[in-house]
Design a protein around this ligand. Structure first.
Ligand code: GLY
Length: 357
């Protein structure tokens, strides 16, 4: 097992990474929540048949009184009415301020259950048990929790750090290949923004078997990078924006595919390739970088370019709302392993996109 500790003022928590950790959930949660009696376990309709029995059995064996809350799988569940359903369900269950919420699943469950934990009774303890690659390397660490509104994604939310993150790579074995590879886009992102050697390590292992052979090291390296970034900028006022490498243009591609054609990870992969090409045009990124990122993404079966209208680019960079004068900060690379925020007028970015991509 590998262990990392996130140190934030007054709130310290561990990230535990290891095969076979899921059936140890009870004792691990007991160690961090010794006074809790009741645990609300939130999961979704895909994850529940696979893992809820093992987690509930382990929690019950550790003496917890548990109730399972299952939301329909998919982004649509990250909404205020599911949030209300959870709040009311927690109250029916008799949850108190010394009890806790367990988020068992991917990013949707982590964000929804996390926001429910942050807000019920003005905040109860949260434990994240992420079961997808994307949630293990990104959303379960760092405390961002939210639901979507009609106006857009993640618009109602909080920074609310968990008391423990417990990840068992065995849960990745049940992920469909495209979902696993979409998670790899975020993994490659960490190599691009922070650690060039890690990028090369990944580029040399483009198939799932080879990656799973090194999965504890991969999860540890990503979480270590995210840990360092979050410890320096918990509230996302500066450094944390480098985690958005590939995401601004990725958002345009998600829009272009109306959120069904391309997964978040696929859109981020194409977004990273596009940001690298733009970086070369802007004189920030060395000329060999786009090709190296494209090769790494293509080897993983991820798209390196996605067709997108200028309207969708404009919407994604906020030009439709914020006007031509306002600046945007795009994350670029000055080498593989080093991200540099680059501020530019939104209109200039749109012109460049028309020209470059
Ligand atoms: N997913 C980006 C962040 O946690 O800041």
């Amino acid at each position: 097992m590998k262990q990392l500790t996130v140190n934030l003022p007054g709130r310290e928590y561990d990230i535990l990474i290891g095969r076979g950790l899921l059936p140890q959930a009870g004792e691990r949660v007991k160690a961090v929540l010794p006074r809790a009696r009741k645990l609300a376990v939130v999961t979704d309709s895909n994850v529940s048949p696979l893992y809820s029995a093992a987690v509930l059995a382990s929690l019950a064996a550790a003496g917890f009184d548990c109730r399972l809350f299952v939301v329909p799988a998919g982004e649509e569940s990250k909404n205020p009415s599911q949030l209300t359903r959870l709040w009311e369900g927690f109250m029916d269950f008799g949850l108190t301020r010394t009890d806790g919420v367990i988020a068992l699943g991917g990013g949707v469950v982590g964000d929804l259950a996390g926001f429910a934990a942050a807000t019920i009774l003005r905040g109860v303890a949260l434990v994240q048990i992420p079961t997808t690659l994307l949630s293990q390397v990104d959303s379960s660490v760092g405390g961002k929790v939210a639901v979507d509104l009609a106006h857009g994604k993640n618009l109602a939310g909080a920074f609310y750090q968990p008391r423990l993150v417990l990840m068992d790579p065995d849960t990745l074995d049940t992920l469909p290949l495209p979902v696993f590879m979409a998670g790899m886009a975020e993994v490659v992102k960490y190599g691009c923004i922070w650690n060039g050697e890690f990028f090369d390590f990944l580029a040399a292992r483009p198939d799932r078997g080879a990656l799973m052979g090194e999965i504890e090291h991969i999860l540890y390296t990503c979480c270590e990078i995210k840990r360092q970034v979050v410890m320096k900028d918990e509230l996302d006022t500066g450094l944390r924006m480098i985690l958005n490498f590939g995401h601004t243009l990725g958002h345009a591609y998600e829009l272009a595919g109306r959120y069904v054609e391309w997964s978040h990870g696929e859109a981020v992969a194409a977004g990273m390739c596009a940001a690298a090409r733009l970086g070369v045009r802007l004189g920030v990124t060395p000329a060999d970088v786009p090709g190296r990122i494209e090769d790494a993404c293509a080897a993983l079966g991820l798209p390196t370019a996605i067709p997108c209208s200028m309207e969708d680019y404009a919407a994604a960079i906020g030009l439709d709302k914020k006007g031509a004068g306002a600046d945007i900060t795009l994350i670029l690379l000055d080498s593989i392993g080093r991200a540099v925020p680059h501020k530019m007028p939104r209109k200039q970015l749109l012109d460049l996109l028309e020209d470059t991509l």
